[in-house]
Write a protein that binds this ligand. Structure first.
Ligand SMILES: [Zn+2]
Length: 223
């Protein structure tokens, strides 16, 4: 099969702009009141238990802010990746590799509930069906905004695309830095964890190499 490449190299500034607007648009405005109240009580206790005074002026509103922040950062549980992909699924007779690079991601490690963040690179080779490019980025968010491990995040993105578009192949590479490694524990300041998952055509070395070569420039100069 001849694989032409459609390289959708989303430039950082443009993509940041898109993401910011998207976030503003998607921002949760209504938090579950009962959940927020209970979380606030828990965070108030947390503040007390670490030796701080929850009634100190600067901390008075902190439990509420944190309660909302944690709900925002875990809003992926409410979202359905397959429904998002299906909402913009188009019949298209192309079988060129589609790559969406440098998708920013922010997640929370499920072991420490500390952030890990980085970039996802996603590719697929359509088999009659394509999806909106922004939907790929949204699917990354759906799974990132949960308590995660990077390995599972990688395969969940791959599986959602595989099961919805049934493409000839899917590839997902994620590079991320984990604050639980950087600011505690072994304090590895510069370690970047890379995970990858490949399915279908991407299990062939040649196809996989094409994809890796196309994203490699960024793998090297990410800092
Ligand atoms: Zn961790």
């Amino acid at each position: 099969m001849k694989l032409k490449k459609i390289l959708l190299n989303i430039l950082y500034p443009d993509f940041n702009f898109l993401i910011k607007n998207f976030m503003a648009y998607k921002k949760i405005e209504h938090y579950d009141e009962d959940v927020t109240k209970e979380l606030m009580q828990n965070y108030r206790n947390t503040i007390r238990l670490i030796g701080e005074n929850p009634d100190r002026e600067g901390l008075l509103k902190t439990p509420e802010r944190v309660a909302k922040a944690i709900q925002y950062c875990t809003q992926g549980y409410e979202l359905d990746a397959k429904a998002i992909l299906n909402s913009a699924k188009f019949h298209e007779e192309i079988s060129e590799m589609v790559i969406v690079k440098n998708i920013e991601l922010y997640s929370l490690c499920e072991h420490h509930m500390l952030p890990f963040f980085g970039k996802a690179h996603v590719a697929y080779i359509p088999n009659g069906w394509i999806t909106g490019l922004s939907k790929i980025a949204r699917v990354v968010d759906v799974f990132a905004r949960r308590l995660q491990v990077q390995e599972r995040l990688t395969t969940e993105i791959l599986n959602a695309i595989q099961e919805t578009l049934n493409p000839l192949g899917v590839a997902v590479v994620i590079e991320a830095e984990h604050l639980c490694m950087m600011m505690r524990g072994i304090s590895k300041q510069n370690s970047v964890t890379t995970t990858s998952a490949f399915h279908g055509e991407f299990e062939k070395q040649s196809t996989r190499n094409e994809f890796i070569n196309l994203i490699k420039a960024d793998l090297i100069k990410r800092r």
